[in-house]
Design a protein around this ligand. Structure first.
Ligand SMILES: [Fe+2]
Length: 284
């Protein structure tokens, strides 16, 4: 029976996931492929597309213990040099933060392994407690931790950049201005317990700053995040103590808008369909 222990680092439970072992995930298969997911923003299953998504090691060929194909394994992504050099958010903060991300990769792989082998016997499934419930709930937390942090680290390192092109046009259409986007992000970030995502919503046909607490809370489907802001204390406390607003200001100053734009282009090139009935349909 898989029972994942939880511990606390500042306010974020990290599932006993801090790992110093960087090599455990580097030997998993020779064939790398990009995990492409274009359907949803789920707080626990944030999407990332194309080369900027999760890299997964090749899934094992052998079927799982219960007869299911083996689930894939994750391979951690390195921190960009520009992210480590972020002005105002220290290298030490990023390095310590990266350890939490590594832990999520490790725990995700552990859960994926166990889930491959878990029983699908309906008689053993139980909403109060059962192996499959425990594994699927904790997968949303661990995998959400991976995807959120890959997004966060990827869209930092811009050092004073500003958005441009069609992304700037869309920010202006959705928020009024870049400054208004930043104001909304800041207020949302102060109101959040863990995460904020600027997401392209396929149904609302606009960018929205969605709020998250843990990485697997408040999922909003049929939207894809193009920017993620981690507001857990571990992301800024060493540099800003309790001054979260100052941290968010520093974050905004260091957004890598090229990375955000790449995600925006990918998001808007996909058309997963619109399920919402808008009173005034938006033509794009
Ligand atoms: Fe974090």
């Amino acid at each position: 029976m898989a029972v994942l222990k939880a511990s606390h680092h500042f306010r974020e439970p990290i599932g006993a996931c801090v790992s110093q072992d960087n090599n455990s995930f580097n030997t998993l298969g020779q064939n790398r492929r990009t995990f492409l997911q274009t359907t949803a923003l789920a707080a626990g299953a944030l999407t990332a597309a194309g080369k900027i998504g999760l890299t997964v090691a090749n899934a094992a060929d052998a079927a799982g213990g219960a007869g299911y194909p083996a689930l894939p394994k994750l391979r951690e992504q390195p921190l960009k040099a520009s992210t480590l050099a972020t002005d105002g958010i220290s290298r030490r903060t990023h390095e310590e933060h990266f350890k939490l991300y590594q832990g999520y990769v490790k725990k995700s792989n552990e859960v994926l392994d166990k889930l491959t082998a878990a029983t699908r016997d309906a008689a053993k499934a139980n909403q109060a407690f059962s192996e499959i419930r425990e594994l699927k709930v904790e997968l949303s937390f661990a995998l959400g931790g991976v995807k959120n942090h890959e997004l966060y680290f990827d869209i930092l390192g811009g050092a004073g950049m500003a958005p441009g092109g069609k992304l700037l046009d869309e920010i202006n259409r959705s928020f009024g201005s870049t400054a208004a986007w930043a104001d909304d992000l800041k207020a949302t970030g102060i109101a959040a317990r863990g995460w904020v995502w600027t997401a392209w919503d396929y149904d609302l046909k606009r960018l929205v700053n969605y709020i998250g607490d843990a990485q697997n809370t408040y999922p909003v489907w049929n939207a894809i995040p193009i920017l993620g802001l981690d507001v857990y204390e571990h992301a800024y406390y060493l540099d800003f103590a309790t001054k979260r607003a100052d941290y968010i200001d520093a974050f905004v100053r260091n957004v890598d808008w090229n990375a955000v734009n790449a995600r925006y282009v990918q998001a808007t090139s996909a058309s997963p369909g619109s399920l919402a009935n808008l009173e005034q349909p938006v033509a794009l």
